[in-house]
Write a protein that binds this ligand. Sequence first.
Ligand code: BGC
Length: 609
Amino acid sequence: MLSLRPEDHALIEGLIERMSLAQKVGQILQTERLAITPEEVRDHHVGSVLSGGGSCPGDNRPSDWVSMNDAYWAASMTEGPGRLPIPILYGVDAVHGHSNVRGATVFPHNINLGAINDPDLVRRIGRATAREVLSTGVDWTFAPTLAVARDRRWGRTYESCSEDPALVARLAPAFVEGLQGDLDDEGIAACLKHFVGDGGTSEGIEQGDTRVDEAELRRIHLAPYPPALAAGALTVMASFNSWNGDKCHGHRYLLTDLLKGELGFEGLVISDWDGIDYLDDDYSQCVARGLNAGIDLFMVSENWRTFLKTVERQVREGIVHESRLDDAVRRILRVKVALGLFTKPRPARRPLAKQPVLGCPEHRALAREAVRRSLVLLKNDDALLPLARTARVLLAGKSANDLGNQCGGFTVEWQGASGNHLIEGGSTVFDGIRALASACDLDPEGRSADPTKHDVAVVVIGERPYAEGLGDIRSGEDVLIREGSQIRGTLKTLEPYGQEAALEALHPEDLETLTRIKANGVPVITVMLCGRPLATDPELAQSNAFLVAWLPGSEGAGIGEALFGAQPEGEALFPGRLPFAWPKDGGAPQWQGDEQENVRFPRGFPWPR
Ligand code: BGC
């Protein structure tokens, strides 16, 4: 329940009474910053603007962001004939820190947070993220993702804390509390996404079909929502997926009856990126169905003029009742009021604007803590770990010195990118080891491995960055044809990351490096960067110790600290537990969840939770 005062309700109702139809229609539009100028925001009464993944103003410095937000804010607050000042709401994907922005602290992805399973840490990360977002004049993040990923082939598995609904539900309210705080000058709006069933699609197809009965939908995929809503989450994003063939974006039962009715959600429901476009071949049908199903704010990437015209016509023709439009506007205004936007000064004058909190040492130290605590030790023969400071280390593997691979998708670019060019600040695994080891040779292919020179090799391997459908693993086109044919409306898919959920199939170069070093007689500690569990039997066999680091983000030094047991006093070493079962070659099917047999390591390993 949103805690608004009687005078807030009066303000909202007073505005709705006085707003013209054009202004109400403008209020339910969100478009991408590249598609709209401040003048157009003013002239078309636009309610919200976003940065899609990788869409950044100017040189991508906090001051560029603040100036951009200032310009949109001033436009939205310009009074004129038929135009009431209503502050703009600006949204970004700060899904693991304010990760679109150069120099931000890039926190580990949600899969790491699931391995730690500590609500207090999640709350602190939410808080730090909110502060970095506020320093750029932004009010809203499209996070947290509450997906319960049930198929490791899904390209968004790393956005999910766990395959276990109870674990996701435990962390969800803490995330909201951290981001939103008391909605004062240190809080931003959270957005629970993607409602609902995003992690349950057949074959792990992004935007695919979640074929489960209602009891299962509620037990698994809905489970994190009630606690997160009870924590006061202001916004929810509809999901691209379908439920038994029907798209969530047009699903009145899910969005209106269940979410707004049964669960009592009073905030706004936003569509995902052009999410209504896949409901029907006819765009006006798409708009009417989305609005009537219960979408309040529409994320329209480019064709916003057509959207505005269509909604206005449909309301005039009664295809959409004006009371539904009013309800959508009311929900958007509630969020703006709850955030204090009607009383806050322009973004540049807000307390945290341009303050040096982006990538500050305290936030980076917090991220390092999360990195250390999220590592899961799958193997440690002869207690090889932790290493002595006197150890002479050969550091190998393609990701040994690679910030981009550490951070994964949704980092500066939508897809992220390998290499050290995009990310400013932070540290690679190499930096972390170099700071602690008496000797460290960096040789990515490990050709120089020599037992007379090296006591041990640390080999950093794994996946490269990806996001959304480009991270899917799919054996062939036939899968899409078979699964997509169940869906009413269209299915948008992208080229998959690979064909098989086994590391050797996706990245044979990693096994080659491990085998080469092992054959030279140097003991191997493998550190795997990955957005999901993958079958790794051959790689485990070539490793004396094996550590899963998931997608740790910009603070790779945390890995170095854990390898040398250099964690702060009182912090356990390697406390991380598998948030997903770890598969074996030819073992359990790709889907996962309640079944914990026939896997290499069960969920909760090293010991059951
Ligand atoms: C994703 C959302 C994201 C949105 C805005 C979509 O493609 O599915 O998770 O919030 O883009 O960038």
